[in-house]
Design a protein around this ligand. Structure first.
Ligand code: FAD
Length: 310
C-alpha cells in the first residue's frame, strides 16, 4: 500500500506529490490526464517567478518535477470510487475505472474542475483564440479591446466589473430576464460607463475569421430577433464544475459540489485530504492550486505521523 495516494495530476496533485516524496514516504499519483487544465491553456503569465510560459510547457515541467522523485505515476487512470478505512488507522481504497483497487494510508483528492461550455457553434473552434473562461488569467490579453461576458450570475458580473477596468467596452449577456448576481455587484456594474447589459438574450454562435473570434450572435428572446455584435473576446462565465461526481455520498461536498476542506486540507473522511479547484478554496488559479497541494500533503503527512502503530 501507499503512504500517500494522490488522485489528480494537475498543479495541485503535482505539488502534493513532490511534497510527499520529499518526506521519503511511498507516494503514488493516479491521474486521468497528467497536467490537468493547464494542458488546455495557451499563455500563462501569472505563475509567480515564471514571467511567461504556455500550458503544454508548464504541464511538462510539472511532470518532470514529479518524475525527479520516486513517485509511482499512473497516468490515464480514472478513479471512480473512494472507500474510507474500515477502522481508524486502516487503509483507504481508491477504485479505478479499469477495475484495479489502490490502497493507501492517506489520500489526497486533487481532481480539479472544468468550465461549463455554452455549446454553440464556434466555441471549440475559437477557444483560446478569443473565447476565454478565466478573467484573472486572460483579461490583460484584451486590453483596450471589445469583449462580451456570457452569464449574469455572480461570476459573470464580477468578471464584467473586473474586465471593464482593462478593456474598451464590455457587453454582458444574460439568458434570464434579470441578472442573477448580488444587488451590490449589479449596482456596481450599472455604474460603469463602458458596460452594456443585455438580458433575456440567448447566445447562438461565436463568429470568427482567419482563426480568430470576431463577434457573437444572439437571439432577443422576447422579439425572436437575431443580432450580431463585433468584438475581440468572449468570457464564458456560466459555471465551474468540480470533478467530484464520483465522491458524492462519501465525502462532504458544498452545494456547488466542491469538497469541503479545513485549513490543513482535511476532508470529512479521516485520512482523506483535498486540494485545488475541486475544493472550497476560493479563486481557482494555478499558483493557488499548487500552494494548496503542498498544504494538503503536509496536512496528510501530519496525519500519518499521528497514526497509531499497528
Ligand atoms: P486540474 O488542473 O483541473 O487537474 C485535475 C487533475 O485531476 C487532472 O490530472 C485530471 O485529469 C484529474 N482527474 C479529474 N478527475 C479524475 C478522476 N476521477 N480520476 C483521476 N484523475 C482525475 N490559471 C492560472 O493561474 N493562470 C492561467 O493563465 C490560467 N489559464 C487557464 C486557461 C484555461 C483555458 C483554463 C481551463 C484554466 C486556466 N487556469 C489558469 C486555471 C488553472 O488551470 C486551474 O486553476 C488549475 O489547473 C487547477 O489545478 P488543479 O490541480 O486543482 O486541477
Amino acid at each position: 500500500p501507499y503512504d500517500m495516494l494522490i488522485v489528480g495530476g494537475g498543479p495541485a496533485g503535482a505539488a502534493a506529490a513532490v511534497y510527499a516524496a520529499r518526506k521519503g514516504i511511498r507516494t503514488g499519483v493516479a491521474a486521468e490526464r497528467f497536467g490537468g487544465q493547464v494542458n488546455d491553456t495557451l499563455a500563462i503569465e501569472n505563475y509567480i517567478s515564471v514571467l511567461e510560459t504556455d500550458g503544454p510547457k508548464f504541464a511538462a515541467a510539472l511532470e518532470a518535477h514529479v518524475k525527479a522523485y520516486d513517485v509511482d505515476i499512473m497516468n490515464l487512470q480514472r478513479a471512480d470510487a473512494l472507500i474510507p478505512a474500515a477502522e481508524p488507522g486502516g487503509l483507504i481504497e481508491v477504485k479505478l475505472a479499469n477495475g484495479a483497487t489502490l490502497k493507501s494510508k492517506t489520500v489526497i483528492l486533487s481532481t480539479g474542475a472544468r468550465w461549463r461550455n455554452v455549446n454553440v457553434p464556434g466555441e471549440q473552434e475559437y477557444k483560446n483564440k478569443g473565447v476565454a473562461y478565466c478573467p484573472h488569467c486572460d483579461g490583460p490579453l484584451f486590453k483596450g479591446k471589445r469583449v462580451a461576458v456570457i452569464g449574469g450570475g455572480n461570476s459573470g458580473v464580477e468578471a464584467a466589473i473586473d474586465l471593464a477596468g482593462i478593456v474598451a467596452e464590455v457587453t454582458l449577456l444574460e439568458f434570464a430576464e434579470q441578472l442573477r448576481a448580488d444587488a451590490v455587484l449589479v449596482n456596481k456594474l450599472k455604474s460603469l460607463p463602458n458596460v452594456r447589459i443585455l438580458t433575456n438574450v440567448q447566445t447562438t454562435e461565436f463568429t470568427g475569421a482567419e482563426g480568430k473570434l470576431n463577434g457573437l450572435s444572439y437571439l432577443e428572446r422576447a422579439s425572436g430577433q437575431s443580432q450580431h455584435i463585433e468584438l475581440e473576446g468572449v468570457f464564458v462565465q456560466i459555471g465551474l464544475v468540480p470533478n467530484t461526481e464520483w465522491l458524492r455520498g462519501t465525502v462532504e461536498l458544498s452545494r456547488f459540489g466542491e469538497i469541503v476542506v479545513d485549513a490543513k486540507g482535511a476532508t470529512s473522511v479521516p485520512g482523506v485530504f483535498a486540494a485545488g479547484d475541486c475544493t472550497t478554496v476560493p479563486f481557482k488559479q494555478i499558483v493557488i492550486a499548487a500552494g494548496d497541494g503542498a498544504k494538503a500533503a503536509l496536512g496528510a503527512f501530519d496525519h500519518l505521523m499521528r497514526m497509531p502503530v499497528v
